[in-house]
Design a protein around this ligand. Structure first.
Ligand code: FRU
Length: 507
C-alpha cells in the first residue's frame, strides 16, 4: 500500500492530462524493436510506460489488449488505456490510444465486455457495444486528502474498440468512502442473467450486480480474513473452471502489492463457489499464481473461443518497475497462458499452459544430452527449451555468457525449486531486484515432470510439471546469454529439445 501511494505521489504536482516539463522527450536511438533488452516475442509498447493489462476481450476474431499507459514518459504518470490487437495472442498490432484522462480523473485498470444483448442501450443487438469498465482516479480528490477519489466509470465503442465515447453520467459506481476502491472486472453471469463486477476495496474484494452495466447494486464482500494481506489488494478476477475430474469451481484471483512471497508484487488466488451473489471458499492455504517476481496484475479474457480461460500478466514488479534499464519503453506483458484447474488429494490448483503461435518456431532440435553437461553454445537468447526431470533428483538448469549466469535448480533432496538471478546481468538499478533466491517448496516424488523454459531478450519464464509451478522473471544480461547447461544429479539430462524462436516484430 505504501509503495502504491509512493507512486501516486510522484504525479501529485501534475494537473490531469498535462505533460511534466521535467520529463525529457522520449528518444529513439535504435530501430524500433531492436533495442537492447527489447522483448522479441512478448508484447511491449513501442515507446513509454506500460503497466497492467486491461479490458481483455475477444471480439470478431481479435484478442484486444488494453493496458495502463503513460505516453509521455517511461515512468508511471497520468494513466491512459493503450490498445493492441492480436489474432493469435503472439503477434500484436498497435492501435490508437483508447481512453484518455478527463475531468473525472486518470483512467486506472478495468475490464471490457461485449454487450451482446444491448442491455445498456449503448449499441444495438446487430452492433453490440464494447463496454469498458474502469476506475477513475481523481488527483484533485487525492491531493485534497479525501478518501473518495476512486470511482468506477464506463466508456463504449461501436467500432470494435477503435474509437471510444465516455458514458455521459459517469461515474456509475460512487465511492463509499474507501481509499483503494478500484480495478473492476466485469463478466456476464449466465445463470442469474446479470452482469457481475468484482473490484478491490483496500483489504478485500467486493461484488456488484447489474442488469445493464450502468445501474450497479452491492452484493457481497470477500477476503477481510482470508488469504495474504501484506499489501493492498488490486486487480481481481473471478471465473469458472471445470477440473479434469468434472467439478465446476470458481476462482477468485487477487493481486497484492507489496506482500508477494518473494517480495513486492504477486498474485494469489482462491478456489471456491460463486452463486451469483457471494464467493465463498474453505481454502486455508495461500495459493500463488506465479513463484517468480515478474507476473503481476494478471487477468483473463472475456469471451475467449472454446470457453478458454486465457491470462495475461504485466511482466514486472512495483518493487523496481520504474527503474529497469530499458528505453524508450518500459515493461512487457507475460506470454499469454491458458489456465486449467486440477485437483489432487482434494487440493485444487491452477496450471498454466503458455500460448505461442507455432509460426514463431524457427528451428527445433533434439540436443545430445552429453553435450549439456559442461554447457553448449546455442542461440538461447530467443528460445524455448523443453526437458523432463525426475522430481526426486537434483536438476540444475543454467543460461550463461562469459560473465553472467541465470540458474534454476530443482532440489529433490530438500524439495525446493530455486531461481537465482543474482548474477544474471544488470541488477544494481534496484537493491530489490535480486536481493536473494526465489524458492518454492514442493513434494519430491519419483516421477518425471515436463519443464518448458521460454527465454526472450530480457525475460525467462519457467513452467515446471506442465505448468503447475511457474517462475516468471526479468533478466538484463549485459551481453546475451550464449550457453545452456542442464545437469541431473551431476550427470547429463535426457530429452532436451531446443527450439529457436523468431521475432514477432518483423515489419
Ligand atoms: C496495479 C495498479 C492498479 C491501478 C493501476 C494504476 O498495478 O496499481 O491497482 O488501477 O495499477 O496504474
Amino acid at each position: 500500500m505504501r509503495l502504491f501511494f509512493g507512486l501516486i505521489s510522484l504525479t501529485l504536482l501534475l494537473p490531469i492530462g498535462c505533460i511534466d516539463p521535467l520529463i525529457k522527450p522520449i528518444e529513439q536511438n535504435s530501430a524500433p524493436y531492436s533495442e537492447q533488452y527489447r522483448p522479441q516475442f512478448h508484447f511491449s509498447p513501442k515507446t513509454s510506460w506500460m503497466n497492467d493489462p486491461n479490458g481483455l476481450v475477444f471480439h470478431k476474431d481479435q484478442y484486444h489488449l488494453f493496458y495502463q499507459y503513460y505516453p509521455d514518459s517511461t515512468v508511471w504518470g497520468p494513466m491512459h488505456w493503450g490498445h493492441a490487437t492480436s489474432r493469435d495472442l503472439t503477434h500484436w498490432n498497435h492501435e490508437p490510444i483508447a481512453l484518455y484522462p478527463d475531468s473525472l480523473g486518470y483512467i486506472f485498470s478495468g475490464s471490457a465486455v461485449i454487450d451482446h444483448q444491448n442491455t445498456s442501450g449503448l449499441g444495438t443487438e446487430e452492433n453490440p457495444a464494447m463496454v469498458a469498465v474502469f476506475t477513475y482516479h481523481n488527483m484533485d480528490g487525492e491531493r485534497g486528502g479525501r478518501t473518495d477519489f476512486q470511482t468506477q466509470g464506463i466508456a463504449y465503442s461501436l467500432d470494435g474498440g477503435l474509437t471510444w465515447e465516455k458514458y455521459k453520467d459517469n461515474p456509475v459506481i460512487d465511492n463509499p468512502g474507501i481509499k483503494d476502491f478500484r480495478d473492476p472486472k466485469v463478466f456476464w453471469h449466465e445463470p442469474s442473467q446479470k452482469w457481475i463486477l468484482v473490484l478491490v476495496a483496500g483489504d478485500h474484494a467486493q461484488i456488484y450486480q447489474s442488469p445493464n452495466l450502468i445501474d450497479w447494486t452491492f452484493a457481497s464482500s470477500f477476503g477481510h480474513n482470508q488469504g495474504a494481506h501484506g499489501g493492498v489488494w488490486e486487480c481481481p478476477d473471478l471465473f469458472a473452471l471445470t477440473t479434469d475430474q468434472g467439478a465446476q469451481k470458481w476462482v477468485l484471483s487477487v493481486s497484492i502489492n507489496p506482500g508477494g512471497p518473494n517480495g513486492g508484487s504477486a498474485t494469489q488466488y482462491f478456489v471456491g463457489e460463486f452463486d451469483g451473489t457471494t464467493f465463498s471458499t474453505d481454502q486455508k492455504d495461500i495459493k500463488w499464481l506465479d513463484q517468480g517476481r515478474d507476473n503481476y496484475a494478471g487477468v483473463t479474457y472475456n469471451d475467449a473461443p472454446n470457453n478458454d480461460r486465457v491470462l495475461l500478466g504485466w511482466m514486472s514488479n512495483w518493487d523496481y518497475a520504474q527503474v529497469t534499464p530499458t528505453a524508450p519503453w518500459r515493461s512487457a506483458m507475460t506470454l499469454a497462458r491458458k489456465l486449467e484447474l486440477k485437483v489432487e488429494d482434494a487440493n485444487f490448483f491452477l496450471v498454466q499452459k503458455p500460448i505461442l503461435d507455432s509460426a514463431l518456431i524457427a528451428e527445433s532440435r533434439q540436443i545430445d544430452p552429453k553435450t549439456l553437461k559442461d554447457g553448449i553454445g546455442l542461440p538461447v537468447e530467443r528460445s524455448r527449451i523443453e526437458f523432463s526431470v525426475d522430481l526426486s533428483q537434483n536438476t540444475v538448469f543454467e543460461l550463461f555468457n562469459e560473465q553472467e549466469r541465470f540458474v534454476f535448480t530443482i532440489q529433490g533432496a530438500t524439495g525446493q525449486m530455486i531461481v537465482d538471478r543474482r548474477a544474471s546481468g544488470q541488477i544494481n538499478f534496484s537493491d530489490k531486484f535480486a536481493p536473494g533466491l526465489q524458492q518454492v517448496q514442493y513434494v519430491p516424488q519419483k516421477r518425471n515432470a515436463e519443464v518448458a523454459v521460454f527465454c526472450d531478450t530480457s525475460s525467462i519464464e519457467i513452467f515446471v510439471d506442465s505448468g503447475r509451478y511457474v517462475f516468471t522473471n526479468q533478466v538484463f544480461p549485459r551481453q546475451p546469454y550464449t550457453h545452456l547447461k542442464i545437469t541431473a544429479n551431476g550427470s547429463s539430462s535426457d530429452n532436451v529439445i531446443f527450439t529457436e524462436l523468431d521475432s514477432i516484430w518483423h515489419e
